[in-house]
Design a protein around this ligand. Structure first.
Ligand code: DHE
Length: 544
């Protein structure tokens, strides 16, 4: 149990969901997302004590955040993991806590200098990249419900194909929504700071979440419970599920690795070090599965390469050592390494990316701005396009326009949406928007694409784009003054669900044709919404 004597400051940034497990470090990241009792305030720190920040951390923080700052019941306190909290705001969080966390206030317990020294300490990178290999991952794994205890059929009456997961970032929960009635049917605690889209198993029964702190959680959509968790990294970007449902791959910033997990019990299969031939290692920007290729495709942040990792039992010609080991006479591949890697050189470091609908082409955001088009079959960059701002390609969508496939992407730094002909690789339209945006969405059955402008001053607006006229035909303001961001359609494309991205936020359900509001469900800073059918069928209007 937690020793309250040591608890105080250690609860920095701690979600209310994160208490109630064993002390950190011994079982570092084993503390589950189960709830706990409110925390008693600490004994005041004597103002006369001038301790070194490391000592302050050890005494006040290590219990919950790990003596190595890698996290435990509370999140990791490393610069990489604190990326979304401005350093200038961290002192205020320590002094005054923040809404929806159980961390007590420390303003009257530590003096401003002590608080500032702690801030400086946690924003200082560790001297070396911490070890997080097979042993640590294995030790972190927890089976919460064994497979034999899971109900074979759904315990609810919702259409399993038309359910949504809604991530509520504000208090680190997720809500499962019936997509026909638009009624929440379950709400549960998640790990701290989920990021990236949760990914479904191919049959839609399970959903896998990744948190920025590296936790991968498996949730059963039939019995509505978390079934297993593993910490795949210390700082993780996102995860992907193989098209056969057997494997997960987590993309990590810390350490510089890809973690391959068994999708069944989340046990680690392999940790792949991400480094170039000449030595330097790289953070991983993102990983996705390319279903028809039976591969995970990976973009790298610090190496100008794209990696394709085949997960078939018998990988095809062209992968890794396969070429050398392929026996031309027998036509067999006898000594192939499992999960061989094919490395494709690209012209610039890539951030996020999307695929063409047939998965033969990767379209990636260059660090310098603009996009690179990579033909995955021939293994090289075929086109480069200069675009204004920074395209946000993970949010890119495609559709058929006058017999041609086009794609559209918001820009993180410019008030523009770029629409690109995917045959000629030419920008055919730059739509001026009310501000830079983060997410775009549509559906095969909808004439409209929805685009938020949540990064600008008109963050409460959402543009409706006619996909055949290539024009903004309407602009909605679901709640004036409040951030509106991220849309997801229901299974048939008849409704669009939009987030009011605020602590007192909501998911607003619109009729996708009349654009009239149908219902509003209060939620705590809802971020992404993920429809089972649209995700597992790889709808052209949503992220994959
Ligand atoms: Fe995201 C998806 C990268 C900041 C919310 N974001 C993704 C993906 C990548 C990415 C690579 C695709 C993964 C996937 O879906 O599997 N995000 C980045 C960044 O590099 C960036 C700009 C900086 C960072 O801090 O990492 C960034 N992202 C944010 C935020 O600040 C957001 C708005 C709030 C948050 O959660 O931190 C945010 N990102 C999201 C969401 C998705 C996402 C909700 C999933 C979108 C979807 O519908 O699929």
């Amino acid at each position: 149990m937690i020793n309250l004597r040591y608890l105080p400051l250690a609860l920095l940034f701690l979600s209310p969901l994160s208490l109630g497990a064993e002390p950190v470090d011994a079982k570092a990241a084993q503390a589950g997302p189960s709830g706990g009792e409110p925390v008693a305030a600490p004994a005041p720190e004597s103002p006369s004590v001038v301790a070194a920040p490391a000592d302050l951390f050890r005494r006040h923080c290590a219990e919950c955040h790990g003596k190595d700052r890698l996290g435990g019941m509370g999140p990791a306190l490393l610069p990489e993991n604190l990326g979304r909290l401005k350093k200038a705001d961290a002192a205020d969080v320590i002094a005054n806590s923040r809404p929806a966390v159980q961390m007590p206030k420390f303003a009257d317990k530590l003096n401003p200098e002590q608080i500032q020294s702690l801030v400086d300490f946690i924003y200082t990178p560790l001297a070396s990249i911490p070890q997080w290999g097979m042993a640590e991952i294995t030790a972190s794994r927890q089976i919460l419900v064994p497979p034999e205890k899971l109900h074979p059929k759904p315990v609810h009456s919702a259409d399993p194909m038309n359910m949504f997961v809604v991530v509520e970032l504000g208090d680190h929960h997720a809500t499962i929504l019936d997509g026909d009635k638009f009624e929440p049917i379950h709400r549960f605690k998640t790990r701290f700071a989920l990021h990236g889209g949760p990914k479904y198993s191919p049959d839609g029964r399970y959903v896998y979440f990744a948190s920025r702190d590296g936790w991968v959680s498996k949730f059963d959509m039939y019995s509505l419970q978390l079934v297993a968790e593993t910490r795949a990294g210390i700082n993780t970007r996102n995860l992907a599920v193989s098209d056969d449902g057997r494997y997960l791959m987590a993309a990590n910033y810390l350490p510089h690795t890809l973690t391959l997990l068994d999708a069944g019990d989340l046990s680690p299969i392999k940790v792949i070090e991400v480094k170039g031939e000449s030595g330097p290692s790289s953070r991983v920007s993102a990983v996705y599965t390319a279903d028809p290729r039976h591969s995970f495709v990976v973009a790298l942040k610090d190496l100008p390469e794209v990696w394709e990792i085949n997960y078939q039992d018998h990988p095809p010609k062209g992968f890794g050592t396969w070429v050398h080991d392929f026996n031309e006479d027998s036509g067999e591949n006898t000594e192939v390494e499992p999960f061989p890697i094919r490395k494709i050189k690209v012209s610039d470091y890539l951030d996020d990316f999307l695929f063409s609908p047939d998965y033969s082409t990767l379209i990636g955001s260059s660090r310098q701005g603009g996009i690179q088009v990579v033909d995955l079959d021939i293994g090289r960059v075929t086109h480069k396009l200069k675009l204004p701002g920074m395209p946000h390609l993970g949010s890119g969508i495609t559709w058929n326009y006058k017999g041609n496939r086009v794609m559209a992407t918001p820009n993180l730094k410019e008030s523009t949406i770029s629409i690109i002909d995917m045959r000629k690789w030419k920008v055919i339209k730059e739509l001026k928007t009310l501000g830079p945006g983060f997410f775009m969405r549509s559906h095969e059955n909808s004439p409209y694409a929805w685009a938020d402008v949540s990064l600008g001053t008109s963050k409460d607006a959402v543009h409706i784009i006619d996909k055949q006229k290539l024009k903004i035909v309407d602009t909605l303001r679901p709640e004036p003054g409040k951030t509106a961001a991220h849309v997801e359609f229901d299974k048939d494309g008849r409704h669009a669900l939009l987030s009011i991205w605020e602590m007192d936020g909501a998911v607003v359900i619109y009729d996708a044709n009349s654009l009239k509001e149908v219902k509003r469900l209060p939620m705590v800073k809802p971020s992404g919404k993920y429809n089972v059918h649209n995700k597992i069928t790889r709808s052209e209007g949503t992220s994959h």
